[in-house]
Design a protein around this ligand. Structure first.
Ligand SMILES: *[C@@H]1O[C@H](CO)[C@@H](O)[C@H](O)[C@H]1NC(C)=O
Ligand SMILES: *[C@@H]1O[C@H](CO)[C@@H](O)[C@H](O)[C@H]1NC(C)=O
Ligand SMILES: *[C@@H]1O[C@H](CO)[C@@H](O)[C@H](O)[C@H]1NC(C)=O
Length: 406
């Protein structure tokens, strides 16, 4: 009988309804990687300053919310602690996320695990696996501080960066390609001279060009920040490199900033930082700049609303007309945040409310969706509260039962 009681107890308290009420909030962190899967904005790992996390969190973007109470949900944890990596969503099933490179840590320790350079997350069933990759380039192992992009055919492109498994970090300038449809790796030889790059952002344009912005380049002994007006670009159709000289506003060099691509092919960047000679953050930036990829000109929009603080080693995605920034270090003193900040890119206004964007047509479905979602939430809370009360009652009954039977 005691056993039945304990089983009941764990089934009820372990049930998902319990977490509807006891919804957690992720601790402040930076160096996470982020991927949008439909209306879920996922965050993988990150450095909390105490531990490198193996947590997976997502923001539910299916309903409106105030940024002071973001709709956080935790998902199944990763097999490793994870930071300074990169992630891509499969365009084949729109639900599988690939984690590429990055620093991997033995869970809840301060020891690197130097394990697989690719992990696969099936967001439909919340499951992590380590895929088998044909022809893997072992020199890619333990690379970190880079960004990948994925094209519509399922080819992941990940450029350059350095290893973290030796005291001398070797910087790379090679392009590595993982074709997820056949799980095959390739590192094409490059006939052109290309700078080594790290801590940049990578943005894939619809015409197949990958635009590499900011970051640092150099050798293992000395690296310097990249010039923001000399932009390295890779053509995923011809596998060739070119430099695009960018005109317009002068934008300060930076690393570990964020970048998103708008519908009209502007790249909006936010924040980032510069490092001192010891490799620590010297200062963090809080500016927005826009690169027009048709004219290759930088501009600085005038922005209204209460802006985000300086942020570096954060992440950003574009969802409809919202650029959503999350987590990051806010200063040179490594103060980390768990806040999110939202920029409405239609008029460059910082907003405190995430509104389900309504379409301009006479289609009422998105409004209906919002109403359904909020009523579902109330139903959820109702069921959750009911089950918790039931659990407490059962607990008390069980307690007296055990007392009497003892
Ligand atoms: C969002 O929440 C904050 C803090 O509770 C509040 O001050 C602010 O007015 C809210 N914003 C909106 C648009 O409701
Ligand atoms: C910006 O646009 C949003 C709609 O996208 C609107 O609600 C808001 O009032 C605008 N803000 C300013 C400052 O114009
Ligand atoms: C949308 O809602 C309005 C008022 O609620 C209604 O008059 C209109 O017919 C609806 N449009 C469609 C396309 O359902």
């Amino acid at each position: 009988m005691k056993l039945v009681y304990y089983i009941l107890f764990f089934v009820i308290f372990g049930s998902r309804y319990f977490f509807v009420i006891c919804q957690n909030v992720p601790s402040p962190r930076c160096q996470q990687t982020s991927t949008l899967v439909s209306t879920r904005l996922y965050f993988f790992g990150g450095n909390t300053g105490i531990i490198v996390s193996n947590e997976v969190w997502y923001l539910d973007l299916s309903s409106s919310f105030n940024i002071s109470t973001p709709p956080w949900h935790s998902d199944v944890v990763m097999p490793v602690g994870y930071n300074f990596g990169t992630s891509c969503l499969s365009p084949i099933d729109n639900s599988t996320v690939f984690l590429i490179g990055g620093r991997t840590w033995i869970v809840n320790t301060h020891n690197f695990s130097y394990t697989s350079s690719v992990y696969k997350f099936d967001s439909k069933v919340s499951q992590w696996t380590t895929p088998t990759i044909n022809n893997f380039n072992s020199s890619f192992e333990t690379r970190q501080e880079m960004q990948s992009v994925i094209d519509n055919n399922g080819k992941i492109f990940v450029f350059g960066r350095a290893n973290y498994n030796s005291s001398t970090t070797f910087c790379y300038n090679d392009m590595n390609i993982l074709d997820i449809t056949i799980m095959t790796w390739s590192t094409p030889t490059q006939s052109q001279s290309v700078l080594t790059y790290l801590d940049y952002t990578a943005t894939l344009l619809p015409n197949g060009l990958i635009v590499y912005i900011g970051g640092r380049s150099g050798s293992s002994t000395s690296t310097s920040p990249n010039n923001m007006s000399q932009i390295q670009v890779f053509d995923t159709k011809s596998y060739t490199w070119s430099i695009k000289p960018a005109s317009g506003s002068t934008i300060a060099s930076r690393e570990c900033h964020s970048a998103v691509l708008t519908q009209d092919e502007n790249i909006i960047i936010y924040g980032g930082s510069l490092y001192d000679s010891s490799g620590s953050i010297a200062y963090a930036l809080s500016d927005i700049a826009v690169l027009n990829t048709n004219s290759w000109a930088w501009s600085v929009p005038s922005v209204s609303g209460t802006g985000a603080p300086p942020l570096t080693q954060h992440s950003a995605v574009l969802y409809k007309n919202y650029m959503i920034l999350a987590f990051g270090a806010t200063s040179a003193t490594n103060l980390y945040t768990n806040n999110i900040y939202i920029l409405d890119i239609l008029n460059y206004t910082w907003v405190t409310t995430f509104n389900i964007p309504t379409t301009t047509s006479n289609d009422n479905s998105s409004t209906d969706q919002a109403i359904n979602d909020s009523s579902n939430l109330y139903v959820g809370i109702g069921i959750g509260a009911g089950i918790i009360i039931l659990a407490i009652v059962l607990f008390i009954i069980g307690f007296f039962f055990l007392q009497n039977s003892a």
